[in-house]
Unconditional design. Sequence first.
Length: 255
Amino acid sequence: MLNILYQMNRDQVKALSERTNLAFLPVSPCEAHGPHLPVSADVITAFTMAKDCARKLEDQGIESLIATPITYCIADLCKFPGTITIRYETMVNIVEDVCLGLAKTGFTKVVLLSGHAEPSSMDAIKEGANNVKKVIPEFEFMFSDWFAKALPLTYKDICKGEHPEFDIHAGEIETAQLMYVCPEWVDMDVTKTLPANHAAEFFFAKLEAGAQSFAEAGAPNTYFGSPAVATAEAGRKIFDVVSDFILNEMKENLK
């Protein structure tokens, strides 16, 4: 049975901390994801990745805690209804405080999982976790690089879109993941009507040129990629690939 913090009582948490020091902490914002996905898409994917990893570790006899997700982050590029962003220093402080609380409870090894790849957000997460090491030297953390390194592993055999490498927000990949985890929250009628948007080919160049939002970078409908070709089965396979990648990261980067 998975150990999900918000479902546990104090004695269960204490007992678990005596058996393991490992915790997963999902960190993602509520942010608009096209006209077809819930604003919680990044939260859901990060939380699901944490559960998948914990489940696979459990099969190996290794216990872990799944901490309550942090659901407010930096999301400055997505200027659409439903998006809530916070200041950089606020995010650093939140991550620091949550990780400090986990460490003081006995969970001194934390795997940080973000479903959101905005550079400033990722920097804030790592800075907050690094601050904990200054207070608790035995604290150890890993920020997963799954977005950049695991998703390309899905392009050839799982993704069906013509250019999955440009699928960076609310496209085939995230739509498939949400169809698998919570299909009732995906507006399939709208999804089927969305044409492919490959503007992410120039996404970073447009940011460097001064674009301040997804719309200015080529996503006026809040998505890049090919959501219409997504399937729940592809979503299941993507999560499986990503969780295997994260577990390998942990072997290489955590003591």
